[in-house]
Design a protein around this ligand. Sequence first.
Ligand SMILES: [Zn+2]
Ligand SMILES: [Zn+2]
Length: 286
Amino acid sequence: MKVLLYYKYVAVPDAEMETLRHRALCQKLELKGRILISSEGINGTCSGTPENIEKYKEALNTHKIFSGIDFKESDHEGHAFAKLFVRLRPEVVTLRAGIEAVKAAPYITPEQLHEELERGEDLILIDMRNDYEAEIGRFRNAVTLPMRNFRDLPQHMPDLKKYAGRKVVTYCTGGIRCEKASALLKEHGFNDVRQLEGGIVRYCEAFPNGHFDGSLFVFDDRRAMRFPGARTKTYVSSCSFCKCETDRQIDCQDHICHSLVVCCEACEKTNNGYCKKHDNVGAPVL
Ligand SMILES: [Zn+2]
Ligand SMILES: [Zn+2]
């Protein structure tokens, strides 16, 4: 199977109708995944057979609104998702800060970023993903945020203020969050911001052993992914219990907690799938 990751910021005049049509298309092609459509564009990740993924890309490439998408593609054994969700949303990525992607910072290509990092250019890399994503893989020396949801980004602006006068590059998984995050930084007085074009995905495809360390968190059944050619078994994360090196994460089974934490297989068994905040029967650890 193939897994696609893509987005496009574009005005969608009748997002409700597009959502219905899109769902029908995905059902016909037996795709699974999560696709969000809003009046500001489309944000999707889905899996399907190579033939159906080709048909899907073709359908989007000839679509009057969604043509010209830069699809990021990877291989996977079977579907990477359990279900198909095609939803109408107010935003393609939720920030609720009244930020428009048209005010985004200019792009820096993976090649340009790599060149600047190799040269030792004085720049600040800011990871615009959630903390549990950055935990298992990130650019070396990047600034990461203690954020569980992208919509909390505006709350972290005071902590980032100290970098406002610096040369900044933002990055995320595939680029969609940076379109808004970089615009938000500009609004907060950052005047030398660029966003990594195509995100970590495009950078690691070009430089699997470059300046990105560890694994890439993905929002599908794989959770952590590695790129072809990347050194295996180099982790930046360790099990929250026994500290062994791993990029394996579990979703704490406490129904209120649901924290995504790094946890090896043995410790998951020992603590019955609960994170460190609970004992092995789920009682809080004080
Ligand atoms: Zn462990
Ligand atoms: Zn927990």
